[in-house]
Design a protein around this ligand. Structure first.
Ligand code: LLP
Length: 432
């Protein structure tokens, strides 16, 4: 079934952060991911009120991006051995010194491993490097205690409710596998004590791409659990989930109101416990989404009955968010020549994959929609915007397509920060 839905108008776009779209495509080929360093820096600085900003690197884990973010004083979250490896490779120390900082706050751990399980590799990596763990399941406690007796841990708590831009990104409530169920906390605290681990922090993350109304409820839920944990607490984390505007008319969230709410929660806990508490936030999307675009080339234009399709050289192997969640990404056209273009028209935009779901203009449930774009010609470039979070990191080799290149623009310079895969890369490790 095809919905007759249309979405907002995209226009022309010739530059990304001052760099010519045509020149980027010519130099690096298509499809490519392009990130603007200054946008990432600006987003890091927006959150300066928080004691610790911890980047959920799953959103965009290129080493150059991690390095840039580290230089902004932002710490990092790791959800796998691979992400621990990336954090170390980007220059993050494995753990903090033990003394409190000049502000009297307990030290912040540069890298935190947050997960609901230890696979065998990640447990080895945590032990080897002495990385702080945020446990999302109680079974992790004994597994850690056996290898790192006396460690401090953070508990990730599922407060019993959650919210995300899609049911697939809702990480709270009974429908979610994430975190330790809030009613289990007393039992889990006993298990931690028996295992000889101190619970020094609490963390809640209810979902990705939610809104501040839902996020605000987390502070209250966390405060209740913090009181159960008691004086061993020296850190609370608001998790991630900060939204960014994707669609025309959407606006940025009120960050200062959100900080004020959490700061008040933290202060009440400080008064109750009689010591300082570090306040963390753990955004992924907020720091990188708006910095990133995909540049792709229009390779075919065709009409199927009444519907016109632009087929580009990026597919859901390049950017999976539309096929996974029906996500909306703004798009604009960069004509490759000076020939006049016709009036804007409604088109569906799809990629090269042998699968009907390979459509960028689709809504949740897989219904093909259209977008109003300036009339395009084969060879024009299409810029798919706000693709810097959960973009490249969810790209795949489906249909044996190479992973795209990544380019970082910084001021007037740009450079390749990940080479496009080659056909040899695609078969590396295979044998007959
Ligand atoms: N902390 C934890 C424990 C998380 O699981 C996540 C995201 C974050 C922080 C960062 O959330 P953010 O600030 O980016 O909303 N692939 C989906 C998003 C999945 C998010 C998974 N966890 C998408 O493309 O929208």
């Amino acid at each position: 079934m095809i919905a007759s839905m249309t979405t907002a108008t995209g226009g022309f776009r010739h530059e990304i952060a001052g760099a010519s779209v045509a020149a980027l495509a010519k130099q690096y080929g298509t499809p490519i991911y392009v990130y603007d360093a200054e946008t990432i820096r600006r987003r890091c600085r927006d959150l300066a009120a928080w004691d610790t900003v911890r980047f959920a690197q799953k959103a965009c884990s290129n080493l150059a991006v991690l390095d840039l973010i580290r230089r902004e004083g932002v710490l990092v979250d790791a959800v796998s051995t691979g992400e621990i490896h990336r954090a170390l490779a980007a220059g993050y120390p494995a753990h903090a010194a033990h003394q409190p900082g000049p502000d009297g706050l307990p030290p912040a751990q540069p890298i935190v491993y947050t997960a609901d399980i230890f696979d065998r590799d990640s447990l080895e990596a945590v032990v080897k490097h002495g990385i702080h763990v945020n446990c999302g399941s109680a079974d992790m406690l004994e597994q850690l205690a056996e290898r790192m007796p006396g460690a401090d841990v953070t508990l990730r708590v599922n407060p019993g409710f959650g919210h995300g831009h899609s049911q697939k990104t809702n990480t709270g409530g009974e429908g979610s596998k994430h975190g330790i169920w809030h009613e289990e906390i007393p039992d889990v605290l006993r298990r931690a004590e028996w295992a000889g681990l101190a619970v020094s922090g609490l963390h809640m993350h209810i979902g990705s791409g939610t809104d501040l109304v839902h996020l605000a409820e987390v502070a209250e839920a966390l405060e209740r659990v913090a009181i159960e944990v008691g004086r061993s607490l020296t850190m609370v984390s608001a998790g991630g989930g900060l939204p960014v505007p994707y669609k025309p008319g959407e606006v940025h969230a009120d960050l200062s109101g959100y900080f004020t709410l959490w700061d008040a929660t933290r202060k009440r806990l400080e008064d109750r416990f009689g010591h300082r508490i570090r306040l963390e936030i753990e955004p992924g999307r907020y720091l990188t989404a708006e910095s990133g675009s995909v540049i792709t080339e229009v390779r075919a234009i065709k009409t199927q009955g009444a519907r016109k399709y632009l087929l580009v050289d990026a597919g859901f192997n390049t950017l999976a968010r539309p096929v996974l969640y029906g996500s909306y990404h703004p798009m604009s056209l960069c004509p490759q020549d000076a020939a006049p273009r016709g009036a804007a028209e409604e088109v569906a935009v799809g990629g090269p994959l042998c699968e009907s779901g390979d459509i960028f203009t689709q809504t949740d449930g897989g219904f093909v929609a259209t977008r109003s774009l300036p009339a395009a010609a084969v060879g024009d470039l299409l810029v798919i915007e706000i693709a810097g979070a959960y973009g490249f990191v969810m790209a795949s080799n489906y249909n044996s397509k190479p992973l795209p290149a990544e380019v970082l623009i910084d001021g007037t310079a740009h450079r390749l920060v990940r080479a496009r895969q080659t056909p040899e890369d695609l078969v590396r490790g295979e044998c007959v």
